[in-house]
Design a binder for this molecule. Structure first.
Ligand code: NIG
Ligand code: FE
Length: 418
């Protein structure tokens, strides 16, 4: 079936020749077509152009049995956001810790007291796969209506083999049910259970010798992750786990340098990580290591905002020629929101990124960090028809400017209006 969108005020993030990722000064450029049309065949983008050429182009479709036309005067079309870092499978919220935080406890202090990730692990152990699927489904749907079309979901609240499998099976179920494109990451080392305190290397042994082979045997994960940071897992732990993961073909996407210059970025690059994420603590050594790599530096503005962390030096990274991606990190402890429009606003407001830079950082670059850049991330011929139609807006810059509003009016995923 053919679906045609006409009188598009602006078709945003168009690519004639799609690129894998956008780096450095190129991040400040996006291509748009004003007063445009867009043609979708089945689940793919087939063609686009200026309304001035529409009558000529549409004649080529004279023999099509069914053409559905949408006149969207006054509205824009953007490719859906790709959100390359989330933890949306979890049981229960953690607003009690939020209050502890307001009273002055740090993220690490809350974790030391058995709160934080361990608190979520306890609740997860009490939940069934069905319960996890149901709550995560609601989060996925909410994200869809805010413009997200592809998402990475991590395990990591299971901590033990059977519980991790439960989380990953829930992600598999969501993948079968949802129109969003989903990739699964086995977050192998997220926090040390109380009973393993002081025996960290034994915990890592269990992850490598028991959990990982089971995850691989059921083919439940695309990627592998380690929280390599102060108070959590060391570079040596990460080294062992990532090496073991590589043997099963699992490319790393790791949590790094959120709480300190942890060496996480370098160990990620060493194992050709698809992305290293968080990056509050980035100096010249980290930038040098990333410049010579295929690893996508990914900043999580929601977590830094919610935890009041120092800001990642995004300007310095872009000015050095690096690509930057922005993802939501949606999770109950450090970023309880999956609103990518707000993430884009934070990129502009707090990290001094230009609107064009946040568009690249939340579409093409996060598609790369998800491993789906060939199919998603821009409006390009042959790519999947995943895009959203905006409310009437004056400019594309209005999207990150008008923070807190949902500017998404309609969403198409895989050629189907949602
Ligand atoms: O990305 N940094 C580690 N993990 C998550 C937080 C998980 C939690 O607090 O539940 C994050 O921020
Ligand atoms: Fe995270």
């Amino acid at each position: 079936m053919i679906q045609v969108f006409t009188n598009i005020k602006s078709l945003v993030q168009v690519e004639e020749n799609p690129v894998e990722r956008v780096c450095g000064s190129d991040m400040a450029k996006i291509q748009t077509i004003e007063n445009a049309f867009l043609i979708v065949r089945d689940d793919k983008i087939e063609n686009f152009g200026k309304m001035a050429d529409y009558d000529t182009v549409i004649q080529l479709y004279d023999n099509e049995p069914e053409i559905r036309e949408y006149d969207i005067t006054g509205r824009m079309i953007f490719p859906t956001f790709c959100d390359s870092h989330t933890h949306i499978v979890y049981a229960g919220s953690r607003e009690i810790e939020y209050i502890d935080k307001i009273r002055g406890l740090s993220y690490e202090e809350i974790a030391q007291r058995g709160g934080g990730i361990l608190n979520s692990a306890k609740r997860l152990a009490e939940s069934s796969v069905e319960e996890l699927v149901e709550t995560a489904w609601n989060r996925l749907e909410e994200m869809k209506w805010m413009g997200t079309g592809a998402i990475e979901i991590k395990s990591g609240y299971g901590l033990y083999p059977e519980e991790e499998l439960k989380m990953l099976r829930a992600i598999k179920k969501l993948r079968q049910m949802s129109p969003l494109t989903i990739r699964a990451t086995f977050l192998a080392a997220h926090a040390i259970p109380m009973e393993y305190r002081g025996r960290q290397s034994e915990y890592v042994d269990m992850v490598i010798n028991e959990t990982l082979p089971m995850v691989a045997a059921e083919e439940l994960a695309d990627y592998i992750d380690v929280f390599c940071d102060k108070g959590f897992f060391t570079v040596e732990d990460a080294d062992r786990i990532l090496m073991a993961g590589m043997k099963y073909g699992l490319r790393p996407k790791i949590h790094a340098n959120e709480l300190d210059f942890s060496g996480g970025v370098q160990v990620g690059v060493k194992y050709n990580a698809l992305s290293v994420d968080h990056l509050e603590y980035i100096g010249d050594a980290e930038i040098t290591s990333l410049l010579d790599s295929e690893t996508m530096p990914t900043v999580l503005p929601g977590a830094a905002f919610f935890l009041d962390l120092p800001l990642s030096p995004v300007r310095k990274m872009i000015d050095a020629g690096l690509p930057v991606a922005l993802a939501s990190d949606y999770n109950p402890g450090s970023s309880p929101s999956g609103n990518m429009q707000f993430i884009a606003s934070l990129g502009c407001i707090r990290y001094k990124m230009l609107p064009e830079e946040v568009v690249n950082a939340t579409t093409i670059n996060t598609a790369y960090a998800l491993g789906v850049q060939d199919e998603l991330g821009s409006i390009a011929r042959g790519k999947r028809a995943n895009f959203f139609i905006t409310e009437p807006v004056p400019t594309y810059q209005f999207i990150p400017y008008a923070y807190g509003h949902n500017k998404v009016a309609a969403v198409m995923l895989n050629g189907e209006m949602q």
